[in-house]
Design a protein around this ligand. Sequence first.
Ligand SMILES: NC(=O)c1ccc[n+]([C@@H]2O[C@H](COP(=O)([O-])OP(=O)(O)OC[C@H]3O[C@@H](n4cnc5c(N)ncnc54)[C@H](OP(=O)(O)O)[C@@H]3O)[C@@H](O)[C@H]2O)c1
Length: 356
Amino acid sequence: MSQWEVLADREDPAKAEVRPAAPAPLQPGEVRLALEKLAMTTNNATYARFGDDGVIPFWNAFPGPEGYGRPPVWAYVKVTESAHPDVAVGGRFYGYVPMSSHHVIAAQPVDGGLMDTSPQRSFLHPWYLTFEPAGEPDPLDDRKAAVHPVYPAAYNLADLLERKADEGARAVVLTSASSKVSIGLAAELAHRGTGLRRIGLTSRGNAAFVAGLGLYDEVATYDAPASAEQGGPIVFVDVTGDPDLRRGVAGHHAANLAATVLVGFTHPAASVLPPPDMPGPDPEVFFTPAVEGQTAQEEGQEVYRARYAAAERRFLEHSTSWLTVRNGQGPEEIVAAYQALLAGEQRPDEIVALTP
Ligand SMILES: NC(=O)c1ccc[n+]([C@@H]2O[C@H](COP(=O)([O-])OP(=O)(O)OC[C@H]3O[C@@H](n4cnc5c(N)ncnc54)[C@H](OP(=O)(O)O)[C@@H]3O)[C@@H](O)[C@H]2O)c1
């Protein structure tokens, strides 16, 4: 099968199958991209779980036959065919594509990269439509394939928490402390020396891994939380999306809670909307593309990009001490990795870098 696509049931996204795909001829302005390498995190499970929930209809980005969608992934891609006069065959980019061997976009060259101008995806924030230039293959690419879509959340949260520390916050409580977002945030706060105590909350099974990272001042579990007092105002950053857990953690720290920031949806009970009855201050919903866009606009794209790139590189290099890379190949292994994520079977200390 030289060209294939993965179709998932929109109602039950773990039901996924590989089908042969028939390449359509390109229209003027279009380019065909071949998937080169991808890696997924629970972020991909979030796209699939909430794809029809109305906040961002992710399934509409890459629709399939009635009732099916092609799960979104972030991947390194190569231009294999071009009907755009300014886009050469062979260019290597990183962007948002369906879980398919090939993908066609209406392309517009921008800043060395490509913008996907396909009308089907015009509802998405430009963040999802930007294909960054990927340069030559790099030894950190396997890690970057997994981390690049989610590290912006960690990095922009670090900016937010630095401001909260300036306003008097003394501690941050992070859930899903074993996730890339939380680890990235804890590592960046440690690097910046904000003085915030970093409290990691995780599941029992991941507690030893999280403690071993050495990035949290204290590691507690969902069933045995940290001390409610943390020496001053606390910021709660939730990555689980679980309404009961959110209420429980906010309630536990309510006397000292300065802010609650809702970021992620790792747990199966996650709800896409904030629970209406959260103890403490009204939660802030954190949508990275909007926050990052605003920061880059205020600082200037180049200034922001440079400091972001340095931090991401540092995090990727640091990850060699706690994150191993397993390699996989072929559509069946890609589907298996995706299903493992949805089932919560992916270990936090490993990523799977997949080639088609
Ligand atoms: N708001 C935004 O702009 C934004 C941006 C980027 C990412 N996100 C979201 O942030 C979340 C984290 O992404 P990530 O890439 O950091 O994920 P990740 O590294 O794959 O996180 C893995 C961790 O999530 C928890 N988990 C995953 N599946 C589970 C399951 N089925 N049952 C119970 N726990 C499960 C476990 O942590 P514990 O055992 O420690 O709980 C696991 O170690 C995702 O929901 C993603 O969509 C949001």
